[in-house]
Design a protein around this ligand. Sequence first.
Ligand SMILES: [Zn+2]
Length: 535
Amino acid sequence: MAAQPERGTAPPSAAASSIETVLRGATVYDGTGSEGIIVDVALADDRIVAVSRDLDIEGSNEIDLSGLSLAPGFIDTHTHDDFAVILHPEMAFKVRGGVTTSIVGNCGMGTAPHHQAVQVAQSFHPDAELPVWEGYGGYLDLLEDAPASINIAALMGHGTIRAAVMGPRDTAPTSEQLAAMSEMLVEGLDAGCLGMSTGLIYEPGRHATTDELAALASVVAAAGGIYTSHIRNEADHLEQSIDEAIEIGRRSGAPVVISHLKVTGKRNWGTAQRVLDQIAAARSTGVDVAADQYPYTAGSTVLSAILDQGALRNEASPFGGLSGDDVAIASCPAHPEWNGRTLTDIGAELGMNAADAADHVIATDLRTNIILHSMSEDDVQTILATEGIMIGSDGLPTLEGQPHPRLYGTFARVLGHYSRDLGVLSLAAAIHRMTERPADVFGLVDRGVIRPGAVADLVAFDAETVIDTGTFDDPQRYPTGIEWVWVSGVAVVAGGEHTGKRPGRVLRRSPRRAASDTAASNTAASNTAASNTAV
Ligand SMILES: [Zn+2]
C-alpha cells in the first residue's frame, strides 16, 4: 500500500492556518472504488482540505484512526425518514450505522401537500404531533431552520400529490388535474427536491397509467430531476414493471432509479439475473437506469398494502403469494402485544385463519406495519454482486414497534456480512455503492468522495469487526464497529457514541454530472468480486 502514489494533496501552506482536525493513520477508501491506502486527512470548517501520507500539519484536534477504515459518509438512497428527521432529529438509528445523508420521499410518499403527508406519517409515527409547513419548500426550510444530525435530500411523492389533487380516484387525470399535479412538482423542483418517486403498488399511485407517469416525469426531467419508482409488481410481472419504468425514462428523458430491486413470490425465485440483464440492456440503448437494494430476504410495508392487493389469498398478487407464516406484525399501535408475531400465530390465538386474522388486525388499527419474508438469498446476492447497485435501507422508522432491522443495520450488514464474510462484493466496491455512486445518481455535489474540496461527511469503522447486530426479534440495535461519523466536519459519533450534535443540512438539487463522468466512475469501481453486468 505504501508504494501507491499520494493523491489529491493540497498545498499545506494554503490550508495550514485554518486546519482544525487531522485524522491520522486510517486506511482511506475515497469512495471512487479504489482500494484503501493509509493516508492522513485534514479538515477545515466543513471541508476536506488535504489528503496525504504523513501530513506535515498540526491540527488543533488530532485524531488517531490507526487500524480503522475511513470512507465518505454513507448515503442512504431509500428512506422513509421524512418525519423521523423532525421527530427524532438526532437520527441515531441512521448515524450510528454510518449514514450521513438520507434521501426521503420514496415510494410515492412525500411531505407535501401537508394535509396528505401527515396522513402517511400516521403509519410510521402514530399520534405524533407534527409542525405545519407549506409545500416542499416549506418542508426543506423547516429542516434548515431546525437541523438534524444528518443531511436530508428529498424526493416528491407522486402518490401524495395525486391524493391531494384527485383523492382516491382510479381514473386517469383530466388535463386540469394533470396541470395541478405538475404545478406541485414545479414548486418542489424550484425548492430543490431531487425528483419524483412513485409507489405503483400502493393507493393511490397504483391507479396511475404509464401515460400519466411519463407526463409528470417529463416535468421533472425538464428541471434536471430524477424519477424513482417502487414498481407496479415485484413478483410475476416484475419484468413488465421494469419495462414500464424504462419506458417512462425513455419518454420523459428523466434518469430512472428502480427502488429496492428484488424478486418476490416463491415461484419467481432465481430470476434476478434476467432482470439485471434487462436493465443493463436498457442502459446500453441510452436510458439512464439505476437501482438500489436492501440486504435482506424480508421486506416491510403497511399491512393495508398487501390486503388491498389480496396477497394472502392470491398467489398472483403484486407481492407474490404470502402465507400467514411469511408475514409478521412490525407495529400495531392498538395491540403492541402482537408486534413480532406472525399472522398464523395471531390467527391461532383468535381462532381464525391467517387471512381472516389479517383482516381483523387491520380493522383494529389501520396503521399496522408488517415484515414480509418473501425473497430468496440467492437473488439477494445476485443483485448485490452487480456493479453499480446502490444501497438503500428502506427502513420504516417505527421506533415504538419492532421495525425491520434494516432500519439500523443495512450498511454494516453489507460491509461485514456480505463483503467481508461472504465475499459477495469487495469492500472498496461496497463503499463506492454507498457513497460516490449515489452522489452521482442523485446529483449530490461534493459528497460521497474523500478529496480536497469535498464536504467532510465521513465515517470511520473497523473493517474487521463491523457488523449489524439487530434481529427480527430484537431489531433496535446499533451495529458494531462504527466508531466515528462526521457530518460537514462536525463529529456526530465519537468513539462509538452519539455526540448530540446536529450539523445536518438540506441538500438541494444540483445539475447531475455528465453521463461520461458517471461511466468513468463506474469503470473505476469495476473491482467487484462477482459482477459482470453493471446496473
Ligand atoms: Zn417501496
